[in-house]
Each structure stands twice: as structure tokens, then as C-alpha cells.
Design a protein around this ligand. Structure first.
Ligand SMILES: Cc1cc2nc3c(=O)[nH]c(=O)nc-3n(C[C@H](O)[C@H](O)[C@H](O)COP(=O)(O)OP(=O)(O)OC[C@H]3O[C@@H](n4cnc5c(N)ncnc54)[C@H](O)[C@@H]3O)c2cc1C
Length: 357
């Protein structure tokens, strides 16, 4: 995704984002816009959080101004938006330890990098995300059995079995239908836990449904060749031909070290006030990591929350700063050509690094 991992050592910034998901990335843009230096730490090898790790190929339809955007494209856009401000990426390492110091926080990552930061914004989502494993076929993982599909081409001309009954399972099945030779959806219940629209689409599609059923074996030598499916009330197992098995059984979420930082939690999320402040000084939270009455976990909501967190942090770090950031439309990023002379869209002011007037 075009990000670089900083070498071990010590990093000093104004704001550290704990988590480089979509919300942390938009925060990095926003903090840059407010003239603050940033770093983002994330245990995944690339930025993008759940979007990049779980559904890079899926279309997202509820981002303001983007009628449809593929997950990985949204992340590319967010990286590009933040780039002029030069955020430091500390990838493949998690924020492990946090200690209050005179002018902020000293955060140590699992790779031993020390980040001296004036404020922390926790954008860690629901923590580290690992797929719930299929209880069969682990030895064929990566050889036909997968938990998510990085490239839809893997479905081309194949017999595909999707296991699960949630939105992801139905989405993968629908994505496979136009490409695969056959698609079978195996679900352990008769009812799906997915959007009605997706359920209706799957029922209308050539996808074959095997309900009240579990996958009890995944067979193959070098790669997947078939699966055994046991249907409740039937004697013996059905053998289904398959070269691709997508186990979409949900994800196990682990808050990890953040749970021990002394943050006030509500369930698995961090309680914040209307300024996105946590109970710890100069520690904010936004996105899926944060909760408050009426919270909705959506990217669109997280973008707003992180803008609030950054603007409030900007004032806390510099009491002379105003809470309202001004309008980004008054500025032009350094990478964008200036509008032709006489054009009323000419930028009017120069306020922050990475932008020019
Ligand atoms: C299949 C699926 C489809 C979805 N579709 C939509 C949709 O259409 N529209 C929509 O609005 N939302 C959708 N969502 C939800 C959306 O992806 C989340 O709301 C969004 O990703 C939250 O962004 P975030 O940046 O807050 O958290 P995340 O995306 O979860 O990113 C958090 C990052 O923090 C990192 N992290 C965790 N612990 C630490 C630590 N200790 N130190 C450092 N980093 C850490 C994680 O590795 C992760 O990269 C979907 C989710 C799924 C699973």
C-alpha cells in the first residue's frame, strides 16, 4: 500500500494513532491539516485495518460522496490524502505499553520502538482481528482453503464452497457466482444472519444452498479437492467437489495490551465524551474503538469522530489554536497544480506544512 515501516528506535511526534485502519488514516490527514506531526502504529503489515485485511475487494456503498468504492481503493485514497503530511508508519508491531510523561505519553511498541508523543488517539478498532477457524482442513490453509479472498480471480472457473451465514459469507458467495463454475453456501442454521437484500440476492442466484449443515472434512493432497458436509438428520456426509473453500465464520477480536492501559471501557470499547476524550489525559479514541450513547460502528461515523478528536487535541496541545480548523477548501495541497490565474478557486491562505498558498 506504499507505506514504509520506520526502523526501531525513538520517534517523537505530536499525535500517535494506535491503529492504522481507515479511521487512523483519516486522522493522520486531519492532524497534518492542523499542522501536527503524526505516527501510526499497527500490528498488521499494511495499513487499512479491517477494510484492507478482511474485505479489500468488496465495494463499500455508504461513504459520503463515493457511491461505491472498493475497500482497497478507499485505503489507497486515504493514504494519498495523508501523504503530504508525512505520517510515520510503524507497521507489523502493536502499541504495547503506555506511560505518562511530563509532556504527554511514552508509548513502546512490541518491536521496541519508543514513541514520544504529546497526545494519543486510539483508533485500534475492535483490536487485532483473526478469522474464526474452520474446525477442519487447517493443513490446506492457503492451498484452496482461505478465510478471505484477496483477489476475486481465485474463483475463476472453480467449484467454490463458502461456509457461513453472515454478511461476509453471503458477499463472498455473490462475488463468486459470476466467476465460478459452481458455488455452494454451507450454513449450520436454516436462517441467515445477513442483510435481507443479500439473502434475497443469494436465493435468486445460481448459488446452491446447503443449510442446517456443517463442513466436517476438507480433503485434498496438494490442494483442496472436496469437502464433506454433514446435514442434520441425514445419515453420512455429502461429498462436494471444491477447489476453493472460503470459511467466513466471523472473526475473533482481541483488544490485546490496550485492555490493560487503565482506559474506562464499556464492553470491548473505550468510553469517550463528546470531545472524544477518554478518562486518561490527552488520550482520545475514535472509530470502532470508541463508544458513547448512540454509537454506530461505521467508517462514515469514525471519520467524523477522528476529526473531532484531532481538533480537540489540537486545542489541548496549543491553547491558542481554535477548535474549528478552518476550511480545507481554502487550501491547496502541494501536489495539486494551482488553478489558472483569475480562477476564483485560487487558494487564499497558507496555514500548515504540506500545503501551499
Ligand atoms: C466484512 C465487513 C464489511 C464491512 N462493511 C462496511 C461497510 O460497508 N461500511 C462501513 O461503514 N463499515 C463496514 N464495516 C465496518 C468497518 O470496516 C469498520 O467500522 C471500520 O474498519 C472501523 O475502522 P477503524 O479504523 O476504527 O478500525 P479497524 O478497521 O478495525 O482498524 C483498527 C486497526 O488497529 C489495529 N490495532 C489493534 N490493536 C492495536 C494495538 N494494540 N496497537 C496498534 N494497532 C492496533 C488493528 O490491527 C487495525 O489495523 C465492515 C466490516 C466488515 C468486517
Amino acid at each position: 500500500m506504499g507505506t514504509t515501516t520506520a526502523p526501531a528506535g525513538e520517534v517523537t511526534v505530536d499525535v500517535l494513532f494506535v491503529g492504522a485502519g481507515p479511521v487512523g488514516l483519516f486522522g493522520a490527514y486531519y492532524a497534518g491539516f492542523r499542522g501536527l506531526t503524526t505516527a501510526l502504529v499497527d500490528p498488521l503489515p499494511e495499513a487499512g485495518g479491517q477494510v484492507q485485511a478482511i474485505y479489500p475487494e468488496k465495494n463499500i456503498y455508504d461513504i459520503a460522496g463515493l457511491p461505491a468504492v472498493q475497500g482497497q481503493q478507499l485505503i489507497r485514497n486515504l493514504l494519498e490524502q495523508a501523504k503530504p503530511f508525512g505520517p510515520r508508519f510503524l507497521l507489523s508491531q502493536q502499541a504495547s505499553d503506555i506511560r505518562e510523561v511530563a509532556d504527554g505519553w511514552r508509548v513502546t511498541t512490541s518491536s521496541g520502538v519508543v514513541v514520544n508523543t504529546r497526545a494519543v488517539i486510539v483508533t485500534s478498532g475492535v483490536g487485532s482481528v483473526t478469522p474464526r477457524p474452520l474446525p477442519a482442513g487447517e493443513e490446506l490453509l492457503g492451498r484452496g482453503l482461505c478465510y478471505f479472498v484477496p483477489q476475486l480471480e481465485v474463483f475463476d472457473g472453480k467449484d467454490v464452497v463458502v461456509v457461513g451465514g453472515g454478511d461476509s459469507a453471503l458477499d463472498w458467495a455473490l462475488a463468486a457466482v459470476p466467476r465460478a463454475r459452481s458455488v455452494t453456501l454451507v450454513h449450520r442454521r436454516k436462517q441467515f444472519r445477513a442483510h435481507e437484500h443479500s439473502v434475497a440476492q443469494v436465493k435468486d442466484s445460481p448459488c446452491h444452498l446447503v443449510l442446517d449443515a456443517t463442513v466436517t472434512a476438507v480433503r485434498g493432497n496438494d490442494s483442496v479437492e472436496s469437502v464433506d458436509v454433514t446435514v442434520r438428520g441425514e445419515d453420512g456426509a455429502r461429498e462436494l467437489k471444491a477447489q476453493v473453500v472460503v470459511a467466513a465464520l466471523g472473526f475473533l477480536m482481541d483488544l490485546g495490551p490496550i485492555a490493560g492501559w487503565g482506559l474506562e471501557m464499556e464492553g470491548r470499547a473505550i468510553r469517550v465524551d463528546t470531545r472524544m476524550r477518554t478518562n486518561l489525559p490527552r488520550v482520545y479514541a475514535a472509530g470502532d474503538a470508541a463508544t458513547f450513547p448512540g454509537k454506530v460502528k461505521l467508517i462514515a461515523v469514525g471519520f467524523g469522530e477522528v476529526a473531532l478528536a484531532v481538533n480537540n487535541a489540537a486545542v489541548e496541545l496549543n491553547p491558542d489554536a481554535t477548535l474549528a480548523p478552518g476550511h480545507s477548501s481554502d487550501l491547496v495541497p502541494a501536489s495539486e497544480p494551482l488553478a489558472p490565474e483569475g480562477n476564483s478557486a485560487q487558494p487564499r491562505s497558507k496555514e500548515v506544512a504540506g500545503w501551499r498558498s
